[in-house]
Design a protein around this ligand. Sequence first.
Ligand code: UD1
Length: 417
Amino acid sequence: MDKLVIEGGAALTGTIDISGAKNAALPILTAALLTEETLTVENVPHLRDVATMLDLLGRMGVSASRHGKLGVALNARSLGDPVAPYDLVKTMRASVLVLGPLLARLGSARVSLPGGCAIGLRPVDQHLKGLQAMGATITMEQGYMVASAPRLKGARICMDLVTVTGTENIMMAASLAEGRTVIENAAREPEVVDLAGCLNAMGARVIGAGTDTITIDGVERLHGARYRVMPDRIETGTFLAAAAAAGGRVRLNGARADILDAVLDKLREAGAKVEAAPDWIEIQAHGTRQAVNLRTAPYPGFPTDMQAQFVALNSVAQGTAVVTETIFENRFMHAQELRRLGADIEVEGNTAIVKGVTRLDGATVMATDLRASASLVVAGLVARGTTTIERVYHLDRGYERIEEKLSRLGARIRRVP
Ligand code: UD1
């Protein structure tokens, strides 16, 4: 298994490109299931989760061919078994995104229950509640959700809580349902808006994405389209947090500031200078960083996917920060590993108290999930001496060539097989 080895202490300077968003690409790829025609998706990042999704779609009979360097052309004309098996769903929870499209297009689907994952229980009851309101029958058989419906019917669905993939699953199912579906308390995440943009390019009638009420008027069929995935706001935020921690001046080309307000505000509060144009963000950080309190919340609040990286930043800031996680119940596993580098973090329930220390020292650490790994990279860039991060496969799920991009900024980081 690969490791990352970082010699900390170098400031970050230079320009890099931001990749397409993992969390937009995954649902958009599954939207190919909704039509017999070809969906060409551009700006698809090279990530392990994307490969897993293409593997899953391939097993169902979706053909995929490369289209240029970052494009993939998908065709789901002849679909075979509408099954998402346990071995794939357990490695990537977003596999559950095939449920809505399969049900709408074929009238049946068998999707393994995701089960627990490292950051918490993460049930899918809201996905099921929505699909059942649209007329689907869903039973549990040997760990699988077995769903069927002759043709889904539009319904008014009020989500009990804000769920990103839940909103996306229902939106996709509703675009081929009979009549109008209204999703209340919908997720407002930019990736939901991106999926709606793709569906509309395929002939769907989705309005209100980006607000908490989304209306979908079902159509008889969807057609092929060409769609470009939005830039990754979490990759962007991770590089910004890294620059804020390590110091320096970094420009991120292709990044969108308009969807990162909560993160940019916190970086400024931490003492960094942030400038932005419509297609780049630049950060300058010199001198000491200030501790920043934060509380994760659904968009437009502070993203839970940026919490770990900010715990790392706060570890080397001046003062004490209170970081509260409100989305996932068990998302502070990085605290223990950061402590191995010398961080002073106490976790109580869903709150971490981070007391800034004047220096971190390199050590061997490992991570249990994607964003926790990213926080270890941020800390490793600041720590004195050598930090070795094990289980890099977590990072490869969601960051495209992170060590190459950081090297280009002057970081001393390398991958060791
Ligand atoms: C998505 C993102 C993930 C991000 C998360 C929160 C993708 C592929 N992944 O995950 O990176 O961390 O949003 O921004 O887009 N819940 C229920 N019942 C449900 C569904 C969710 O109780 O049916 C709970 C979850 O356990 C969690 C909260 O709702 O506590 C939010 O989860 P959700 O928004 O669904 O996360 P994902 O869509 O899985």
